[in-house]
Design a protein around this ligand. Sequence first.
Ligand SMILES: [Zn+2]
Length: 491
Amino acid sequence: MVSICLLGGAEEIGGNKILLHGEEGAIFLDFGLNLKKKREYAVGYGFERINRVLRNYLLVGILPKINGVYREDLALDENILNNARSFSIDCCIVSHGHLDHYGSIAFLRMETPIAVSKSMKILIEHSIETSGRTGIDREIFIYRDRRREELKKKIKIEENLEEVERPIIVFEEGRKISQVPFQVLPIPVDHSIPATFGFRIETNRASIAYTSDIRLHGVVSKYTEEFIEKVRDVDILLIEGTRINDSTTRSEDDVKNQVIIETLKKKNGKLVSTLVSPLDIDRVRTLIEAAEECNRIPILSSRIYHLIKTLYEEESKVKLPNLENVKVYFEKRSIIDEGYFLGSTYFRGWLKKIYESLLNTDKLIKPEEISKHQDRFFLIFNSHQCVFELAEINPTPGSLFIESTSEPHDEEQEIEWEKVENWINLLRLDSRWIHASGHANREDLLKIIKEIKPNLVIPLHTENPREFKRMLEKEDIKVEIIQEGEETKLS
Ligand SMILES: [Zn+2]
């Protein structure tokens, strides 16, 4: 017997958690975080007491009520899991570095191996290091035993075992993942972050394909096409449906052309600034190229520059932008030395390192310089906090601000979008939204399903799974809607 159970992502976007178990063993495919629920109940933020976090996540339904999978150092009240099923998980396989696919791993037992690709690991580690994430949220690869920290203070313990690395399995595309039950083949697909993988899984009962997040209109749509080839005719297809009700099409090339058109309209001392997800490397490349075509110098946020540089240094296979002509934005952080005293604690470790390595080059650029020659530059920012940098630069009224991101479940922002809009108005910026989604639209989802031709489709990562039923009625392809926590047995 083999069963599939959706423990998250069944009728929602965000928080994918697929449990696959049978005689051969049990695995999670993704163990993501539902950011919407996290915000709704304000759980998991700095002000919450550590001994309540796990309990609260279970109460509000961000984490599924199952036994045997969670870490034991967070003072869990066992009553909350009374009568819950128990599993022993052999591995958690991650499809890509978006929080809604890996963000709840921090709560898994220390011994549970985590399977990722090399570049995916770099992307996740970079996010943990450079975003404002604190506490438990950081413990994806490194586990800090909270109980031991206190015990050490109470009684004398000799060894230092508070911080340990979780067992990591690094997989490679096209090679079966080792040390896991079932035969799991990772296959790259196109999405709004590099190193995204779909999977083909062979169990002793059925073959299964999982798309992860997927699109056919991106720069590397050939990956998605190759994925379709490799999973053709599987018994069961687990497919995302973020945009099942959306037929709009906009490719990465459309984004580039539109950005160029809008940028060229801005002359006479006007600034152009953009906002992207730092993980969307394809988009960063698009914007750098657009800037150069408009004869503006692209300026990257330190966070984006740091990520791309790390990927270069680690010889990642990800297609990276050329950094030869870009500059790096120099943030003012200290009180003294006009904000540029790198010895200040306000320059965090990684940021200080980046700036120090660039001090004697012409790469660093200060807001004062940008302010003087606004029509020479094209800023590429990665967080909503960029509005404070813009206030520092003091853009000429009517300067352009392009929002080039949309999926709010991908990454957590400290400031809500409405507040960014207030700043845009205050600074009298001319704002545009120019974006191509990370997800396939309705027509492409249908195309992907028809080409794979599975016996059964299970939709997930969608608010409208029933729409798949309507769409596939005439196609002679069965659709099964699984409720959260319900098991589907494969025979
Ligand atoms: Zn994603």
